[in-house]
Design a protein around this ligand. Structure first.
Ligand code: F6R
Length: 259
C-alpha cells in the first residue's frame, strides 16, 4: 500500500487524476467510479485534461460503486445522475458505457447478482476510485460488512445518513437502504485508489490504513489488496502514526516503481 500525503486538495486531485490518466492512456480502461464529495475535484481535473490536453475516455467503460434504493435515477440525488453531472457529461465517456446498480429494479437481489456478473464480464475494473465514510465504509459497506461480500443491499448507519443529508432537502429524505458493491467485489479491481480530505476523515483513515484488518472498519479491507494508493491531504493524514515514513517513502520513490 502506498500512502501519499499532499499539501493541498488541489494536489490530491492532481495525483488521483495522474493515476487515472496513466491507465486511460495505456488501454481501453474499465474505471470504477465513486460518487460523493471526495472524487469531485479529481473528476474536474480529468475533465480539464480532456478539454485542454485531449485526454480521451471514448474507449473507456465505467462502473459505479453503489446506488440508493427508493430514489428514481432521474433525481439529482441518485448516483446515476450525480456521476453524469460531475464527470460523464464533462468528458467523452459514452453514456451507454457507464453502468450502475439499479436501485429501482423490481427484483433487487437479481439486480445485485446481475451487476456483479456485468463487472466480471467486462474483464474487471482497472482502477477503482474510493472515498471513505467517517464510520470507515467504502462503497456503502458499513461496519460489520463481510470482507468477502458481493454486491447486495445494505442498511446505512445513522452516521452515514447524517453525513449525506447535505445532498438532500432534509435528513429524513436520505434513504435507509442502498445497493452496493461488496468488499469482495471491490477487492477484485486491479488498483484501488482511496481519496480522503479533511479532518473529519482522519480517524477513519488511520483505522483503515494502520488499524487491524476488521469488518469493524470495512475500509481496512484495502490492506488485503496487492495494489493500493491512499491519497490524502494533511488533515486527513493527521491521525496516522507513520505519516513521516509515508512522506519519506514517497519522496524517495524509485522511478521504476509503478504509480
Ligand atoms: C460513494 C461511496 C461512499 C463515499 C463515502 C464518502 O459512491 O461509495 O463510500 O465515497 O461515503 O463520501 P464523501 O466523499 O461525500 O465524504
Amino acid at each position: 500500500m502506498e500512502v501519499v500525503i499532499r499539501s493541498s486538495t488541489v494536489e490530491v486531485d492532481r495525483t488521483v487524476a495522474d493515476i487515472v490518466e496513466n491507465v486511460v492512456r495505456s488501454k481501453p480502461a474499465v474505471l470504477g467510479l465513486a460518487t460523493g464529495s471526495s472524487p469531485v475535484g479529481a473528476y474536474a481535473e480529468l475533465a480539464r485534461r480532456h478539454r485542454e490536453d485531449g485526454l480521451s475516455f471514448a474507449q473507456c467503460r465505467a462502473f459505479l460503486l453503489d446506488e440508493y434504493i427508493g430514489i428514481p435515477r432521474t433525481a439529482d440525488q441518485s448516483y446515476f445522475s450525480f456521476i453524469r453531472s460531475e464527470f460523464v457529461d464533462l468528458v467523452n465517456l459514452p453514456d451507454v458505457a457507464v453502468f450502475s446498480p439499479d436501485g429501482e429494479a423490481p427484483d433487487i437481489e437479481a439486480e445485485a447478482h446481475r451487476y456483479d456478473r456485468a463487472i466480471m464480464e467486462s474483464g474487471g475494473v482497472d482502477v477503482q476510485i474510493l472515498g471513505i465514510g467517517t464510520d470507515g465504509h467504502i462503497g456503502f459497506n458499513e461496519p460489520g460488512s463481510s470482507l468477502q461480500s458481493r454486491t447486495r443491499v445494505k442498511t446505512l448507519t445513522e452516521q452515514t445518513r447524517r453525513d449525506n443529508a447535505r445532498f438532500f432537502a432534509s435528513e429524513d429524505e436520505v434513504p435507509h437502504h442502498v445497493l452496493t458493491q461488496g468488499l469482495g467485489t471491490i477487492g477484485e479491481a486491479r488498483h484501488l485508489v482511496l481519496i480522503a480530505t479533511g479532518e473529519s476523515k482522519a480517524e477513519a483513515v488511520a483505522a483503515a490504513v494502520e488499524g487491524p484488518l476488521s469488518a469493524f472498519c470495512p475500509a481496512s479491507a484495502i490492506q488485503w489488496h496487492p495494489h493500493v494508493s491512499v491519497i490524502l491531504d494533511e488533515t486527513a493524514a493527521s491521525a496516522l502514526t507513520l505519516a513521516d515514513y509515508y512522506r519519506y517513502a514517497y519522496a524517495n520513490k524509485p522511478s521504476w516503481q509503478r504509480p
